[in-house]
Write a protein that binds this ligand. Structure first.
Ligand SMILES: [Zn+2]
Length: 393
Protein backbone atom coordinates (compact mmCIF):
# COMPACT_ATOMS: atom_id res chain seq x y z
CA UNK A 1 0.00 0.00 0.00
CA UNK A 2 2.68 2.51 0.82
CA UNK A 3 0.42 5.52 0.97
CA UNK A 4 0.22 7.19 4.32
CA UNK A 5 -0.33 10.54 5.87
CA UNK A 6 0.71 11.52 9.36
CA UNK A 7 -0.81 14.13 11.54
CA UNK A 8 1.09 16.84 13.35
CA UNK A 9 -0.67 19.29 15.63
CA UNK A 10 -4.43 19.74 15.58
CA UNK A 11 -5.59 20.32 12.04
CA UNK A 12 -2.05 20.58 10.69
CA UNK A 13 -0.69 18.15 8.16
CA UNK A 14 3.02 17.95 8.96
CA UNK A 15 4.24 15.42 6.46
CA UNK A 16 2.74 13.33 3.73
CA UNK A 17 5.29 10.74 2.63
CA UNK A 18 3.67 9.50 -0.54
CA UNK A 19 5.17 7.62 -3.47
CA UNK A 20 6.04 9.96 -6.26
CA UNK A 21 3.80 8.35 -8.83
CA UNK A 22 2.56 10.51 -11.63
CA UNK A 23 -1.12 10.63 -12.41
CA UNK A 24 -1.52 10.05 -16.13
CA UNK A 25 -4.34 9.77 -18.62
CA UNK A 26 -4.21 8.65 -22.24
CA UNK A 27 -7.19 8.29 -24.52
CA UNK A 28 -8.13 7.72 -28.10
CA UNK A 29 -11.24 9.45 -29.37
CA UNK A 30 -14.08 8.36 -31.64
CA UNK A 31 -16.13 11.44 -32.38
CA UNK A 32 -16.33 12.92 -28.90
CA UNK A 33 -16.27 9.58 -27.08
CA UNK A 34 -12.95 8.64 -25.50
CA UNK A 35 -11.44 5.24 -24.69
CA UNK A 36 -8.63 5.67 -22.21
CA UNK A 37 -6.66 4.68 -19.17
CA UNK A 38 -5.76 6.63 -16.03
CA UNK A 39 -2.89 5.54 -13.84
CA UNK A 40 -2.66 6.23 -10.12
CA UNK A 41 -0.43 5.15 -7.23
CA UNK A 42 -2.92 2.34 -6.53
CA UNK A 43 -3.30 1.06 -10.06
CA UNK A 44 -4.86 1.79 -13.44
CA UNK A 45 -8.45 2.68 -14.31
CA UNK A 46 -9.81 1.84 -17.75
CA UNK A 47 -12.17 4.54 -18.99
CA UNK A 48 -15.04 5.11 -19.46
CA UNK A 49 -15.41 3.80 -15.93
CA UNK A 50 -18.00 3.73 -13.15
CA UNK A 51 -17.03 4.18 -9.50
CA UNK A 52 -19.23 2.45 -6.89
CA UNK A 53 -19.83 4.83 -3.98
CA UNK A 54 -18.38 3.94 -0.60
CA UNK A 55 -20.02 6.72 1.38
CA UNK A 56 -18.95 5.60 4.87
CA UNK A 57 -15.75 3.83 3.81
CA UNK A 58 -17.88 0.92 2.61
CA UNK A 59 -19.86 0.25 -0.53
CA UNK A 60 -22.92 -0.76 1.45
CA UNK A 61 -22.94 -4.51 2.20
CA UNK A 62 -19.93 -5.33 -0.03
CA UNK A 63 -16.46 -6.31 1.15
CA UNK A 64 -13.29 -5.32 -0.75
CA UNK A 65 -13.15 -8.94 -2.03
CA UNK A 66 -16.73 -8.54 -3.34
CA UNK A 67 -15.73 -5.30 -5.08
CA UNK A 68 -12.74 -6.94 -6.74
CA UNK A 69 -14.93 -9.86 -7.82
CA UNK A 70 -17.44 -7.38 -9.26
CA UNK A 71 -14.67 -5.85 -11.35
CA UNK A 72 -14.43 -2.51 -9.51
CA UNK A 73 -11.30 -0.55 -10.36
CA UNK A 74 -11.89 2.68 -8.45
CA UNK A 75 -14.30 3.58 -5.69
CA UNK A 76 -15.46 6.85 -4.19
CA UNK A 77 -15.24 7.95 -0.55
CA UNK A 78 -17.17 10.84 0.99
CA UNK A 79 -15.22 13.61 2.69
CA UNK A 80 -18.27 15.02 4.48
CA UNK A 81 -19.30 11.71 6.05
CA UNK A 82 -15.81 10.42 6.84
CA UNK A 83 -14.75 13.69 8.42
CA UNK A 84 -17.78 13.78 10.72
CA UNK A 85 -17.34 10.10 11.57
CA UNK A 86 -14.80 8.61 12.29
CA UNK A 87 -12.89 11.83 11.35
CA UNK A 88 -10.10 12.26 8.82
CA UNK A 89 -7.50 12.58 11.58
CA UNK A 90 -8.44 9.18 13.01
CA UNK A 91 -8.32 7.54 9.57
CA UNK A 92 -4.90 9.13 8.97
CA UNK A 93 -3.60 7.80 12.30
CA UNK A 94 -4.81 4.34 11.23
CA UNK A 95 -2.83 4.51 8.01
CA UNK A 96 -5.14 6.29 5.59
CA UNK A 97 -8.43 5.33 3.92
CA UNK A 98 -7.00 2.50 1.78
CA UNK A 99 -5.67 0.66 4.82
CA UNK A 100 -8.63 1.58 7.04
CA UNK A 101 -11.18 -0.02 4.70
CA UNK A 102 -8.77 -2.63 3.28
CA UNK A 103 -9.30 -1.51 -0.29
CA UNK A 104 -6.02 -1.49 -2.20
CA UNK A 105 -7.34 -0.05 -5.47
CA UNK A 106 -7.64 3.61 -6.46
CA UNK A 107 -9.95 5.88 -4.44
CA UNK A 108 -11.46 9.22 -5.40
CA UNK A 109 -12.74 11.43 -2.60
CA UNK A 110 -15.30 14.15 -3.11
CA UNK A 111 -14.70 17.49 -1.43
CA UNK A 112 -17.71 17.45 0.87
CA UNK A 113 -19.35 20.34 -0.96
CA UNK A 114 -22.26 18.33 -2.30
CA UNK A 115 -23.19 16.85 1.09
CA UNK A 116 -22.84 20.18 2.91
CA UNK A 117 -25.37 21.66 0.53
CA UNK A 118 -27.67 18.64 0.31
CA UNK A 119 -27.64 17.11 3.82
CA UNK A 120 -27.07 19.91 6.26
CA UNK A 121 -30.12 21.97 7.23
CA UNK A 122 -28.26 24.85 8.76
CA UNK A 123 -25.42 26.34 6.79
CA UNK A 124 -23.90 29.74 6.23
CA UNK A 125 -21.89 30.39 3.10
CA UNK A 126 -19.34 33.18 2.93
CA UNK A 127 -16.49 33.79 0.55
CA UNK A 128 -14.08 31.94 2.82
CA UNK A 129 -16.11 28.73 3.21
CA UNK A 130 -19.21 27.14 4.71
CA UNK A 131 -20.28 26.74 8.33
CA UNK A 132 -22.80 23.96 8.79
CA UNK A 133 -24.34 21.66 11.36
CA UNK A 134 -23.75 17.93 11.32
CA UNK A 135 -26.76 15.86 10.20
CA UNK A 136 -25.62 13.32 12.83
CA UNK A 137 -25.60 15.32 16.06
CA UNK A 138 -26.19 18.98 15.23
CA UNK A 139 -22.60 19.97 16.07
CA UNK A 140 -21.14 22.93 14.16
CA UNK A 141 -18.41 22.42 11.56
CA UNK A 142 -16.62 24.50 8.99
CA UNK A 143 -15.35 23.54 5.55
CA UNK A 144 -13.12 25.77 3.47
CA UNK A 145 -11.21 24.88 0.30
CA UNK A 146 -8.08 24.51 2.44
CA UNK A 147 -9.75 22.24 5.01
CA UNK A 148 -11.42 20.12 2.30
CA UNK A 149 -8.01 19.54 0.71
CA UNK A 150 -6.42 18.82 4.09
CA UNK A 151 -9.09 16.22 4.88
CA UNK A 152 -8.58 14.54 1.51
CA UNK A 153 -4.80 14.50 2.05
CA UNK A 154 -5.36 12.89 5.46
CA UNK A 155 -7.60 10.27 3.84
CA UNK A 156 -4.86 9.73 1.25
CA UNK A 157 -7.12 9.32 -1.79
CA UNK A 158 -5.61 9.01 -5.25
CA UNK A 159 -7.85 11.73 -6.68
CA UNK A 160 -9.08 14.68 -4.60
CA UNK A 161 -11.82 17.08 -5.66
CA UNK A 162 -11.73 20.86 -5.38
CA UNK A 163 -14.24 22.36 -2.94
CA UNK A 164 -17.26 23.77 -4.76
CA UNK A 165 -20.61 25.36 -4.04
CA UNK A 166 -23.62 23.51 -5.33
CA UNK A 167 -26.81 25.42 -6.03
CA UNK A 168 -30.26 24.42 -7.15
CA UNK A 169 -30.26 25.03 -10.93
CA UNK A 170 -33.81 26.36 -10.57
CA UNK A 171 -32.60 29.41 -8.64
CA UNK A 172 -32.41 32.84 -10.30
CA UNK A 173 -29.47 33.22 -12.69
CA UNK A 174 -27.74 35.76 -10.44
CA UNK A 175 -27.59 33.25 -7.58
CA UNK A 176 -26.29 30.47 -9.83
CA UNK A 177 -23.67 32.86 -11.19
CA UNK A 178 -22.68 34.01 -7.72
CA UNK A 179 -22.10 30.41 -6.57
CA UNK A 180 -20.21 29.66 -9.76
CA UNK A 181 -17.75 32.53 -9.40
CA UNK A 182 -17.24 31.57 -5.76
CA UNK A 183 -16.55 27.99 -6.94
CA UNK A 184 -13.89 29.38 -9.30
CA UNK A 185 -12.14 31.26 -6.48
CA UNK A 186 -12.35 28.15 -4.33
CA UNK A 187 -10.86 26.12 -7.22
CA UNK A 188 -7.69 28.25 -7.15
CA UNK A 189 -7.46 27.96 -3.36
CA UNK A 190 -8.04 24.18 -3.52
CA UNK A 191 -5.16 23.80 -5.95
CA UNK A 192 -2.89 26.01 -3.84
CA UNK A 193 -3.71 23.81 -0.82
CA UNK A 194 -3.18 20.43 -2.51
CA UNK A 195 -1.80 17.97 0.02
CA UNK A 196 0.74 15.99 -1.96
CA UNK A 197 2.29 15.89 -5.42
CA UNK A 198 1.04 12.37 -6.11
CA UNK A 199 -2.59 13.10 -5.22
CA UNK A 200 -4.34 14.21 -8.39
CA UNK A 201 -6.78 17.11 -8.02
CA UNK A 202 -9.82 17.61 -10.24
CA UNK A 203 -11.58 20.96 -10.64
CA UNK A 204 -15.37 21.18 -10.86
CA UNK A 205 -17.32 23.00 -13.56
CA UNK A 206 -20.62 24.46 -12.32
CA UNK A 207 -23.07 26.93 -13.86
CA UNK A 208 -26.40 25.10 -13.70
CA UNK A 209 -28.13 24.54 -17.02
CA UNK A 210 -27.38 28.03 -18.36
CA UNK A 211 -25.16 27.56 -21.45
CA UNK A 212 -23.35 30.89 -21.02
CA UNK A 213 -22.56 30.24 -17.37
CA UNK A 214 -21.38 26.72 -18.21
CA UNK A 215 -19.04 28.10 -20.88
CA UNK A 216 -17.68 30.67 -18.42
CA UNK A 217 -17.16 27.95 -15.85
CA UNK A 218 -15.34 25.65 -18.28
CA UNK A 219 -12.98 28.40 -19.35
CA UNK A 220 -12.24 29.40 -15.72
CA UNK A 221 -11.70 25.85 -14.43
CA UNK A 222 -9.90 24.45 -17.49
CA UNK A 223 -7.42 27.36 -17.34
CA UNK A 224 -6.15 26.04 -13.99
CA UNK A 225 -3.54 23.24 -13.75
CA UNK A 226 -5.97 20.58 -12.53
CA UNK A 227 -5.30 16.92 -13.33
CA UNK A 228 -8.90 16.39 -14.41
CA UNK A 229 -12.16 18.25 -14.97
CA UNK A 230 -15.38 17.30 -13.22
CA UNK A 231 -18.85 18.33 -14.30
CA UNK A 232 -20.92 19.12 -11.22
CA UNK A 233 -24.46 20.35 -10.69
CA UNK A 234 -26.15 17.83 -12.97
CA UNK A 235 -28.49 14.96 -12.08
CA UNK A 236 -29.98 17.25 -9.43
CA UNK A 237 -33.50 17.39 -10.85
CA UNK A 238 -33.01 18.91 -14.30
CA UNK A 239 -34.55 17.16 -17.35
CA UNK A 240 -32.64 14.56 -19.38
CA UNK A 241 -32.73 17.00 -22.30
CA UNK A 242 -31.16 19.76 -20.18
CA UNK A 243 -28.45 17.35 -19.06
CA UNK A 244 -27.62 16.35 -22.64
CA UNK A 245 -27.55 19.97 -23.86
CA UNK A 246 -25.35 21.00 -20.92
CA UNK A 247 -22.94 18.13 -21.67
CA UNK A 248 -22.84 19.29 -25.30
CA UNK A 249 -21.95 22.81 -24.15
CA UNK A 250 -19.21 21.50 -21.84
CA UNK A 251 -17.78 19.19 -24.52
CA UNK A 252 -17.73 22.03 -27.04
CA UNK A 253 -16.03 24.36 -24.57
CA UNK A 254 -13.43 21.79 -23.50
CA UNK A 255 -12.59 20.99 -27.12
CA UNK A 256 -9.59 18.68 -27.28
CA UNK A 257 -8.59 19.18 -23.63
CA UNK A 258 -6.79 15.91 -22.89
CA UNK A 259 -7.55 15.64 -19.17
CA UNK A 260 -10.03 13.07 -17.81
CA UNK A 261 -13.64 14.27 -17.52
CA UNK A 262 -15.77 13.12 -14.62
CA UNK A 263 -19.55 13.51 -14.53
CA UNK A 264 -20.49 13.59 -10.86
CA UNK A 265 -23.52 11.78 -9.49
CA UNK A 266 -24.71 10.18 -12.74
CA UNK A 267 -25.08 6.41 -12.97
CA UNK A 268 -28.08 5.12 -14.91
CA UNK A 269 -27.52 2.79 -17.87
CA UNK A 270 -28.98 5.18 -20.46
CA UNK A 271 -27.18 8.23 -19.01
CA UNK A 272 -23.81 6.47 -19.41
CA UNK A 273 -24.30 6.42 -23.18
CA UNK A 274 -25.59 10.00 -23.34
CA UNK A 275 -22.51 11.20 -21.47
CA UNK A 276 -19.84 8.98 -23.04
CA UNK A 277 -20.99 10.16 -26.47
CA UNK A 278 -20.21 13.66 -25.17
CA UNK A 279 -16.71 12.88 -23.94
CA UNK A 280 -17.24 11.81 -20.32
CA UNK A 281 -14.68 9.32 -18.93
CA UNK A 282 -15.69 8.76 -15.31
CA UNK A 283 -18.94 8.35 -13.35
CA UNK A 284 -20.09 7.78 -9.80
CA UNK A 285 -23.58 7.31 -8.42
CA UNK A 286 -25.40 5.67 -5.52
CA UNK A 287 -28.20 4.57 -7.87
CA UNK A 288 -27.17 0.92 -8.53
CA UNK A 289 -26.52 0.22 -4.83
CA UNK A 290 -29.49 2.22 -3.51
CA UNK A 291 -31.92 0.58 -5.97
CA UNK A 292 -30.56 -2.88 -5.10
CA UNK A 293 -31.45 -2.38 -1.45
CA UNK A 294 -35.07 -1.84 -2.50
CA UNK A 295 -35.07 -5.05 -4.58
CA UNK A 296 -34.67 -3.36 -7.97
CA UNK A 297 -32.05 -4.94 -10.18
CA UNK A 298 -30.70 -4.14 -13.64
CA UNK A 299 -30.41 -6.79 -16.34
CA UNK A 300 -29.74 -6.96 -20.07
CA UNK A 301 -33.53 -7.02 -20.52
CA UNK A 302 -34.04 -3.89 -18.38
CA UNK A 303 -35.24 -3.34 -14.82
CA UNK A 304 -36.60 -6.11 -12.63
CA UNK A 305 -38.23 -5.69 -9.22
CA UNK A 306 -37.50 -8.72 -7.05
CA UNK A 307 -40.49 -7.77 -4.88
CA UNK A 308 -42.88 -8.54 -7.76
CA UNK A 309 -45.16 -11.45 -6.88
CA UNK A 310 -44.18 -13.16 -10.14
CA UNK A 311 -40.61 -13.57 -8.85
CA UNK A 312 -41.78 -15.77 -5.96
CA UNK A 313 -42.09 -18.82 -8.21
CA UNK A 314 -39.34 -17.98 -10.71
CA UNK A 315 -36.43 -20.46 -10.59
CA UNK A 316 -34.31 -18.39 -13.04
CA UNK A 317 -31.35 -16.30 -11.90
CA UNK A 318 -31.62 -12.48 -12.05
CA UNK A 319 -29.69 -12.48 -15.32
CA UNK A 320 -28.39 -15.73 -16.82
CA UNK A 321 -25.62 -13.81 -18.61
CA UNK A 322 -24.25 -12.27 -15.38
CA UNK A 323 -21.32 -13.91 -13.59
CA UNK A 324 -21.96 -12.51 -10.10
CA UNK A 325 -22.39 -14.76 -7.08
CA UNK A 326 -26.13 -14.10 -6.95
CA UNK A 327 -26.71 -15.07 -10.58
CA UNK A 328 -24.41 -18.09 -10.37
CA UNK A 329 -25.98 -19.55 -7.24
CA UNK A 330 -29.55 -18.51 -6.44
CA UNK A 331 -32.92 -17.92 -8.09
CA UNK A 332 -35.17 -14.90 -8.32
CA UNK A 333 -37.59 -16.90 -6.16
CA UNK A 334 -35.03 -17.17 -3.36
CA UNK A 335 -34.12 -13.47 -3.60
CA UNK A 336 -37.83 -12.51 -3.65
CA UNK A 337 -38.23 -14.54 -0.44
CA UNK A 338 -35.19 -12.85 1.17
CA UNK A 339 -36.56 -9.38 0.39
CA UNK A 340 -39.98 -10.21 1.79
CA UNK A 341 -38.36 -11.63 4.91
CA UNK A 342 -36.03 -8.60 5.09
CA UNK A 343 -33.03 -10.89 5.30
CA UNK A 344 -29.62 -9.17 5.07
CA UNK A 345 -28.38 -11.56 2.39
CA UNK A 346 -31.01 -10.26 -0.03
CA UNK A 347 -29.64 -6.71 0.15
CA UNK A 348 -26.08 -7.96 -0.24
CA UNK A 349 -26.72 -10.24 -3.23
CA UNK A 350 -28.87 -7.66 -5.04
CA UNK A 351 -26.15 -5.03 -4.46
CA UNK A 352 -23.45 -7.41 -5.66
CA UNK A 353 -25.49 -8.07 -8.79
CA UNK A 354 -26.18 -4.41 -9.63
CA UNK A 355 -22.53 -3.39 -9.12
CA UNK A 356 -21.28 -6.36 -11.15
CA UNK A 357 -23.79 -5.75 -13.94
CA UNK A 358 -23.02 -2.00 -14.07
CA UNK A 359 -19.26 -2.54 -14.22
CA UNK A 360 -19.75 -5.22 -16.89
CA UNK A 361 -21.89 -2.75 -18.87
CA UNK A 362 -18.98 -0.27 -18.71
CA UNK A 363 -16.61 -3.00 -19.92
CA UNK A 364 -18.93 -3.73 -22.84
CA UNK A 365 -19.23 0.00 -23.50
CA UNK A 366 -15.41 0.29 -23.70
CA UNK A 367 -15.26 -2.75 -25.99
CA UNK A 368 -17.91 -1.12 -28.21
CA UNK A 369 -15.77 2.00 -28.52
CA UNK A 370 -12.83 -0.18 -29.53
CA UNK A 371 -14.69 -2.15 -32.20
CA UNK A 372 -17.07 0.53 -33.48
CA UNK A 373 -20.30 -0.97 -32.09
CA UNK A 374 -21.08 1.84 -29.60
CA UNK A 375 -24.27 2.96 -31.37
CA UNK A 376 -25.59 -0.61 -31.58
CA UNK A 377 -24.99 -1.20 -27.86
CA UNK A 378 -26.56 2.15 -26.98
CA UNK A 379 -29.68 1.27 -29.01
CA UNK A 380 -29.95 -2.06 -27.19
CA UNK A 381 -29.61 -0.52 -23.72
CA UNK A 382 -32.08 2.27 -24.48
CA UNK A 383 -34.61 -0.28 -25.77
CA UNK A 384 -34.26 -2.35 -22.58
CA UNK A 385 -34.38 0.53 -20.12
CA UNK A 386 -36.87 2.94 -21.65
CA UNK A 387 -39.67 0.40 -21.78
CA UNK A 388 -41.89 -0.38 -18.81
CA UNK A 389 -40.51 -2.71 -16.19
CA UNK A 390 -40.85 -6.26 -17.42
CA UNK A 391 -42.56 -8.98 -15.49
CA UNK A 392 -40.39 -11.89 -14.41
CA UNK A 393 -39.94 -14.36 -17.25
ZN1 LIG B 1 -25.67 -10.99 -11.33
Amino acid sequence: MGKSATRGGPGILRSVPLPNVEFTFDATTTGRARLGRMTTAHGPIDTPQFMPVGTQATVKSLSPADLHAAGAQMILGNTYHLNLRPTAERIARLGGLHRFMAWDGPILTDSGGFQVFSLSDLRRVDDDGVTFTSHLDGSTHRLTPERAMEIQALLGSDVAMAFDQLVDPGLPRAEVEDAMTRTHRWAERSLAARGSPSQAVFGIVQGGVDPDLRRDSVSAVAALPFDGIAIGGLSVGESKADMAVTLDVVAEALGDDARPRYLMGVGSPVDFFTAVARGVDLFDCVLPTRLARTGQVWTDAGRLNLRNAACLDDPAPIDAACGCEACRTVSRAYLAHLFRARELLGYRLATLHNVTWTLELMRRLRASLADGSFDALRTKVIAAFLRPERAAS
